[in-house]
Structures are given as structure tokens and as C-alpha cells.
Design a protein around this ligand. Structure first.
Ligand code: BV8
Length: 250
């Protein structure tokens, strides 16, 4: 890592070390080094069977073709299934367990479950989780591993209706509790880390702006510039698996 990035990382580490209330927003980029393809950096999940992922992962598609949505998420689960948390996920889990912080809120846009697998607890999953199914009729949630294998769509053990992936699709509202907690903690943090997100998806992309307008220092970790870069106090051009272990106290 060349000198300029080194010194920016050291500055970021000092800001985090002094912070009492830490807020972290992660996106697909934090899982890139685990082998999970990002959405806008190319990769084999941006188009599938000739359809864009925003079309496949949409409210319209789950209403019109639930079997196809299950095929799409089973495919994605196959890609994610072999992936393990990387050093970036682990650094966040360790920092969250560190008693030095008054509060440490981890919010993710990802549905891959890798933050939980790394030991982070709690994790606010704004867009749901690819390993869970939800009943559209009665709201029952179940881990896919607790449902009869292979049945698609899975049948709700509560009311017998077909279940859908427990994932927030484009055009759907985010879980009320999740977004409200995220907005509350973003508005009261001292430092906001924005890791591995292009900042293109609403309303998650509002959270760094909420933090900044509440006086927090906003630190971005991304090998590329994003639409959020100009509103960050520090933007570190680095991969999260390299930078996060240096920025966060073990
Ligand atoms: C809603 C689950 C309200 C599904 C996802 C027009 C303009 C503005 C907004 C809209 C619009 N039209 C519609 C909207 C709203 C829409 C939206 O924002 N669309 C965007 C695309 C324009 N949002 C919604 O629909 C949301 N709901 O608004 O409800 C409402 C109001 C009334 C009535 C009804 C509803 C719901 C959004 C949730 C969608 N679900 N995921 C699935 O996964 O299939 S979002 C999906 O994108 C993923 O969760 C993903 O995480 C997320 C965001 O993408 P990123 O995480 O940022 O990933 P990306 O690939 O873009 O970027 C990766 C970054 O990592 C890059 O910057 C790269 O440089 C960096 N990187 C790469 N390697 C590394 C790295 N960084 C660090 N280290 C590395 N090694």
C-alpha cells in the first residue's frame, strides 16, 4: 500500500479509536474478497438468463413468477454458499465486541449472511437474508435449512401458503424496525464507516448523509470513487479486507 493511503488509514484509525458511537454501513464490496460477486462491478450475478438483476430481484417478478425468483435466489445461494467471511468481516466483528465503544451499529445491504458468519451480533440486515424464507400471507420466517429440502416454493408450516425469499426486492419497503434503528443510530454516531457500497440504492444510501448532517466524521473504504465520496471526510482507495483490520481496533 503506498504512503498516501498508509497515512489516510492512520488518520482514520485515530478517528475511530477516539469515537464513542460507531456506525457502519456495508455493501456488496465487503464480500468481494470472499468471492461474492458485486452487482455493479460486473460479475455473474448482474445478468442471469438474459435478465438484469434489478428485474429478477423485483416486486413485480415475485408477484408474477415466484418459481423463477426461487430459481434465481437458489442460484445466488449456490454462489454464496462456498464463500467464507474475509478479514474485513472479522475486523468488524472484533471491533463490535470491543468494550471500548459506547455503541457499535453494523448495518448491511448484503443478503449473504457473512457478517453473522464472522460473529457480528447484532447485524441490521436492511435487505434481508438469502438463507431465510418468509410467508407472504402470515409472515412466518424460517431458515431454508429448517424447511423440507428442495420444495419450491417452500410451503409455510404455519398457514400452508407458498413462501418467498426473505429478501427486500426493488420496489419493496425495507423492514420498518431495521431502517428506523439504522436511521436513529446514524443520526447519533461520532463516526460513520461506509464500506464497499456504490451508494446507488435508496434508502440505504441516505444513511451516510444522515450521519454527516448530525456531525459525524464519515470515512469511506472503497477501491473506487463513488457518488458518496465527495460527502465523506476521508475516502480510502483500498480493499476492505486490507484496510479494515488497520482502521478498527482488534
Ligand atoms: C424502496 C436484495 C420505497 C435483492 C437489494 C430511481 C432513482 C432512485 C431510486 C429509485 C429509482 N427507482 C427506484 C428507486 C428505489 C430503489 C433504488 O434505489 N433503485 C436504484 C437501483 C436506482 N430502491 C428500492 O426499491 C428499495 N425500496 O425504495 O422502497 C418504496 C416507496 C414506495 C413504495 C414502495 C417502495 C429497495 C432496495 C432494496 C433492493 N434489494 N438487495 C438482491 O440482492 O437480489 S439491493 C442490492 O443492491 C444489494 O443488496 C446490494 O448490496 C445493493 C446495493 O449495492 P451495493 O451493495 O452498493 O453493491 P454494488 O455492486 O453497487 O457496489 C459495490 C461497491 O463495492 C462498488 O463501489 C465497488 O467499488 C466496491 N468494492 C469492490 N470490491 C471491493 C469494494 N469495496 C471494498 N473492498 C473491496 N474489495
Amino acid at each position: 500500500m503506498h504512503n498516501e493511503i498508509e497515512s489516510v488509514i492512520d488518520t482514520a484509525a485515530r478517528i475511530v479509536f477516539e469515537a464513542r458511537r460507531v456506525f457502519v454501513l456495508t455493501g456488496a464490496g465487503i464480500s468481494a474478497e470472499s468471492g461474492v460477486p458485486t452487482f455493479r462491478g460486473g460479475g455473474n450475478t448482474t445478468v442471469w438468463r438474459g435478465m438484469q438483476f434489478e428485474v429478477l430481484s423485483s416486486k413485480q417478478m415475485v408477484e408474477s413468477n415466484l418459481p423463477l425468483v426461487w430459481e434465481w435466489f437458489d442460484y445466488r445461494k449456490g454462489v454464496v454458499g462456498e464463500c467464507r467471511p474475509n478479514a474485513g468481516h472479522v475486523a468488524l466483528a472484533r471491533a463490535q465486541a470491543n468494550q471500548r465503544f459506547g455503541s457499535f451499529t453494523l448495518v448491511t445491504q448484503n443478503i449473504d449472511g457473512l457478517h453473522v458468519a464472522a460473529g457480528s451480533d447484532p447485524v441490521i440486515e436492511l435487505h434481508g437474508n438469502i438463507h431465510r424464507a418468509r410467508c407472504s400471507r402470515c409472515g412466518t420466517l424460517r431458515e431454508l435449512s429448517d424447511l423440507p429440502h428442495g420444495g419450491r416454493p417452500p410451503i409455510c408450516p404455519g398457514c400452508g401458503s407458498p413462501m418467498r425469499p426473505d429478501v427486500v426486492l426493488f420496489g419493496e419497503m425495507l423492514p420498518e424496525e431495521a431502517i428506523r434503528t439504522a436511521q436513529r443510530d446514524a443520526s447519533s454516531c461520532d463516526v460513520c464507516l461506509v464500506v464497499g457500497t456504490s451508494g446507488l440504492v435508496y434508502p440505504a444510501n441516505e444513511l451516510p448523509r444522515v450521519a454527516r448532517s448530525s456531525g459525524a466524521s464519515v470515512i469511506e473504504v472503497n477501491p473506487e470513487e463513488t457518488v458518496l465520496t465527495n460527502s465523506c471526510d476521508i475516502s480510502i482507495r483500498a480493499n476492505s479486507a486490507e484496510a479494515l483490520p488497520r482502521i478498527l481496533p482488534a
